[in-house]
Structure formats: structure tokens, C-alpha cells
Design a protein. Sequence first.
Length: 90
Amino acid sequence: MSGYHSFSYFYDKLTSNISYKARAEYFDMLIKKHNGTKNLLLDLACGTGSLSEEMSKMGYDVIGVDGSEEMLNAALDKKFESGLNIQYLC
């Protein structure tokens, strides 16, 4: 068990002021600007998967990686709710 056991429960509430959609759009713009394509995207330290979800909605094949099983469990809950095809690894 990591130190994120309790924190993972509140993480999305603490980051509710962050527009992950806007952040995903910005990253998508940077990828396009540098001639990238919507292929495989690795989201390191993905936390509860908020950015992974938005990037997946934009057409990226997303793999989210995090060192906290608790944070990944929250990400998996979102994945099952949204039905998006995101792979999460610890």
C-alpha cells in the first residue's frame, strides 16, 4: 500500500479546478505542431486518469502508468464508467 490510499479518494475533488479537456487540447496541438499523429500515447504518472480519459476521447490509444495502485483503482473506475479503451499499468 502506498501513501496514496486516502489521498486517491479526494484527488479529483482537489483538482476539480483543472480543465483536463483544455490541457488535452493543448497537448494535442503540440503533438500536431511537431508532426505527431494520434497513435499510442503514454501518460506517465497518470493518477486517477483524468488526462488519459480526455486524450482517449480525442482518438489517442492511451496507456496510463502510475506507481500508486490506489490512484489506478480510481482511474479504472472512470474507465469502466466511460467505456473508453485505456490500459492502466502499475
